[in-house]
Ligand binder design. Structure first.
Ligand SMILES: Nc1ncnc2c1ncn2[C@@H]1O[C@H](COP(=O)(O)OP(=O)(O)OP(=O)(O)O)[C@@H](O)[C@H]1O
Ligand SMILES: [Mg+2]
Length: 245
């Protein structure tokens, strides 16, 4: 996937307010890209443009060399809250988008069963969303997105609302799932350690408009350890990019 010269402004108090200013990047198939930046730096906007939920003012998102216009089956989004349908079981929440895309009910449920197992919720297939913890609900959101077999999985702060322990567990799960499914992932996160733990490269959006984006390559083998020296070093480098220690 290629992001080419993407610009977008919103209108604020009657004046254009630039959010993305000629952002360019390439993501190879099967790669994990993390997008980090200060609050308001345009991370969600960039992800929504890639998803096709919003149009850019200028520039393009290219997948296999064709420009993206609107949402498509090649991209699936996991939001910060799982957005499950409360009246459907876990299994049917995962099966529902598959049926919408033309699978028979039996096919959809069979595939949903695979993904409910992949995220470790086989025993909860018949539970309703209200019976799940926040972390479990987020796993369902991930299973639902993966079940449509997207080329690119887009995640916007998927673990942002979870407690610290659950977050670490789900980071491990996402790392394992990525190794099993080999899907291209674009992960927006506030959490710099999470970026170093999961990504091949980290794209840093500028704080000041007009500054350019920066990038850090995470050349660590997987599975990763959060305490090994090279990991700690890369995390420090990323913190330093924000003027933090
Ligand atoms: N629909 C909208 N209309 C007007 N302005 C918007 C809209 N969506 C976002 N913005 C503005 O664009 C800027 C970037 O917002 P965005 O949500 O992309 O930031 P973010 O990096 O995801 O922030 P956070 O880390 O807080 O989630 C913000 O200043 C926000 O006020
Ligand atoms: Mg955001």
């Amino acid at each position: 996937m290629t992001i080419r010269n993407l610009s977008k402004s919103y209108v604020l108090n009657g004046r254009p307010f630039p959010v993305l200013d000629r952002v360019s990047h390439h993501v190879a198939a099967g790669e994990v890209l993390a997008i980090v930046g200060a609050s308001g730096s345009g991370k969600t906007t960039l992800l929504r443009v890639i998803a096709g939920l919003e149009a850019a003012d200028d520039g393009a998102v290219l997948i296999d060399d064709s420009p993206v216009h609107g949402v498509g089956a090649d991209r699936a989004v996991v939001f910060q809250e799982p957005r499950l349908l409360p009246w459907l079981t876990v299994l049917d929440n995962i099966a529902f988008p598959l049926e919408n895309r033309g699978a028979t009910r039996a096919e959809a449920r069979e595939r949903a069963r695979h993904y409910v197992g992949l995220v470790g919720l086989a025993d909860f297939a018949d539970a309703l969303p209200a019976q799940l913890s926040g972390g479990m609900a987020q796993r369902v959101g991930i299973a639902r997105a993966l079940a449509v077999k997207p080329e690119i999985l887009l995640l916007d702060e998927p673990f942002g609302a979870l407690d610290a322990m659950t977050k670490l567990t789900l980071q491990d799960e996402l790392s394992r799932i990525w190794r099993e499914e080999k899907v291209t992932m674009i992960l927006v996160t506030h959490d710099l350690e999470e970026a170093v733990y999961l990504a091949d490269r980290v794209l840093i959006l500028p704080r000041e408009k007009g500054d350019s984006t920066r990038e850090i390559t995470v050349d660590l083998p997987r599975p990763r350890s959060r305490s090994e020296p090279r990991f700690v070093q890369l995390r420090a480098a990323l913190l330093a990019a924000f003027g933090l220690h």
